[in-house]
Design a protein around this ligand. Structure first.
Ligand code: NDP
Ligand code: MG
Length: 391
């Protein structure tokens, strides 16, 4: 089959790493068009050499010289700054992995979408931030959005077994994170080291903290709503500590179709890379006899208020999910910096959303600039509220 040109945005991260691993397994099938990072020049240059990338970019504008030095004599073109990341996404790759973390991934993802690429979307924050128009814009450009997030990838696979009109609801599973069995008072005081100890998945720092607060599941409820045009009450969350079933779809005849797999992101990414065909996946074979049992629990909205707030944001719409995401990014950064307690993450998100709604700012978002404006104002508002939440 023909060689496919591929681009990986966020190539030096955890998802980037899994993606490069899949490309590494079949070097003759893929030509790397562009790779990007934020500041990790060393990691990016190493990948650029290994994969003979045509173009690489770092988001930090001060690192251009370092990157050029690291790649001197290789023929790889270098760029730096936010616009260089967008340039990377705009280059002619057939398949783009969008795996920048946070709302910073929005403009690059849209650049890939606008030229009608097949986009494997890992960066959930960008969809949460621009949900009002992201999918519409993809449809207009003829871009194909393939969900790389494991739960949404599971739903995408399971949805194929029925028609949209026959769909009753979707269920996304959650491991419950490291604090699944903890009392509220202990969650309140949890340390960074405790929040970073995820029971099943190995992921980037931000998403690992979001898993501990269940904000990650909240972001995923919103992500599912926008990806598949679902109402909030068509999306259920089910705690499933083994992380083997990733998502399920219930149809009108009460059939429930599930997708299973070991907790290894290379499986959903391999699905995106192979789609509409299947490629050989590197994850370990699923051995259910060895796992023994799969268990389930209802999510606890009391101990994990971040999950409840996601449904509130989704029902409010008009930019509220953008505010939810922005406030959470500020809160997580403040928690990492030791400025707030773990329990204050959800309180800051709630206070920011309340203030936003009370100030009458709700309005539909129609462009990336709209979404970025709301994102920036919500960050400022969260930063203003931070001292009183921290007190
Ligand atoms: P990481 O933090 O491991 O990696 C993030 C990547 O984005 C790195 O390449 C980083 O570069 C780059 N980056 C960070 N900030 C910027 C910026 N401002 N501009 C440009 N590039 C930037 O994150 P993950 O790989 O864990 O997650 C990536 C996305 O995928 C997130 O949206 C996450 O929610 C989603 N996701 C992740 C899963 C996982 O298992 N990890 C599962 C499902 C979804 P540098 O290395 O230089 O810092
Ligand atoms: Mg997920």
């Amino acid at each position: 089959s023909a060689v496919r040109a591929v681009t990986v945005l966020g190539a030096t991260g955890s998802i980037g790493d899994s993606t490069m691993d899949l490309l590494r397994a079949s070097p003759d099938r893929y030509q790397v068009e562009a790779l990007t990072a934020n500041t990790n020049v060393v990691g990016l240059a190493k990948l650029a050499k290994e994969f003979d990338a045509r173009f690489v970019a770092v988001a930090d504008p001060n690192l251009l010289e370092d990157l050029e030095d690291a790649l001197a004599g290789t023929g790889t073109e270098c760029g730096a700054g936010e616009s260089a990341i967008i340039d990377a996404a705009s280059r002619p790759a057939d398949w783009v992995m969008a795996a920048v973390s946070g709302a910073a991934g929005l403009k690059p993802a849209l650049a890939a979408v606008d030229r009608g690429a097949t986009v494997a979307l890992a960066n959930k924050e960008c969809l949460v931030c621009a949900g009002d128009f992201f999918m519409e814009r993809a449809a207009k450009a003829g871009a194909c959005i393939l969900p790389a997030d494991s739960e949404h990838n599971a739903l995408f696979q399971a949805l194929g077994s029925g028609n949209r009109e026959e769909l009753v609801r979707v269920i996304i599973t959650a491991s419950g994170g490291p604090f699944r069995t903890w009392a509220s008072a202990d969650i309140e005081q949890a340390t960074l080291a405790q929040a970073l100890k995820h029971p099943n998945w190995s992921m980037g720092q931000k998403i690992t903290i979001d898993s501990a607060s269940m904000m990650n599941k909240g972001l995923e409820v919103i992500e599912a709503s926008y990806l598949f045009a679902l109402a909030p009450d068509e999306i259920d969350v089910l705690v499933h500590p083994q992380s083997i079933i990733h998502g399920m779809v219930e149809f009108s005849d009460r059939s429930v179709v599930a997708q299973l797999g070991a907790p290894d992101m290379r499986t959903p990414i391999a699905h995106c890379l192979g789609w509409p065909d299947r490629i050989v996946g590197p994850a370990a074979k699923l051995d259910l006899a060895k796992i023994g049992q799969l268990t389930f629990e209802a999510p606890d909205f009391g101990r994990f208020p971040g999950l409840r707030l996601a449904y509130d944001a989704l029902r409010t719409g008009n930019g509220a999910t953008t505010v939810y995401n922005a406030a959470n990014e500020v809160a997580v950064a403040a928690f990492i910096a030791g400025k707030i307690r773990f329990g204050a993450i959800a309180r800051l998100v709630e206070a920011t959303m309340d203030a936003w709604i009370r100030s009458g700012n709700l309005a539909p978002l129609t462009s990336a600039d709209d979404a970025i404006d709301v994102d920036h104002s919500a960050r400022n508002r969260a930063a203003t509220l931070l001292p009183q939440i921290a007190a």
